[in-house]
Design a binder for this molecule. Sequence first.
Ligand code: PGA
Length: 250
Amino acid sequence: MRRAMLAGNWKMFKNAREVDAFADDFIPLIETVHDRDILICPACIYIQRLIEAFRESPAKVGAQNVYWEDAGAYTGEISAPMLKSIGAQYAIIGHSERREYFNETNASVNKKILAVLKHGLNPIVCIGETLEERESQKAFDVIGLQIREGLTGLGIDLLQEIVIAYEPVWAIGTGKTATPDIAQEVHHYIRDVLAELFDNEYAQTIRILYGGSVKPENIDILMAQPDIDGALVGGASLDTKTFERIVKFQ
Ligand code: PGA
């Protein structure tokens, strides 16, 4: 009942020529894939370019970050109304790299989520524990707090507009994927927290993606878990053939 989503997070990779080359190669590979959501989140300067390239394609385009104010003197930032005005549909919020290097907190994540929802965009809310937190048995507490604080003030009417991405920090870019059992256990827990905060029926409809070293070799087993509804893919989304295989999971 939950539509699968395969999302690529390109981070700070690809120049304009490489973005165009990706689009040219990728579009024919996925033109008949209509039963799942395919999303690419490039650097913000290429969002519009990719939206234009994907115009006739099922692939959608999102941002990797967004600021919470609509407009103002905030040099270097982009706002939800700006993204909306060029046809972007999703915005990744709270990625662990932003939490680690750019002072993103649960409080700023919360403001960003509310801002994008106000403008009709869908946030992909990233949560996940560090290695240290996992080893000291704090993973579930950290994740629970990220959800509670991140979703503060969110009305139940907008709950279905959000996508959650569980990305254990120790699995991102390290080649160490969480085992399907670990990922399933956390995804199930996330759904329990959503059920407690909102409503069990709604919690069953929220898509929860897994992220962290997703590759063609592990996508099928991850997607076979009952609470894993898709993937947020970094490195393996940069290559058309590799990402095609992930999109076409079995
Ligand atoms: P990775 O990154 O697939 O390269 O581990 C995932 C992410 O950071 O979203």
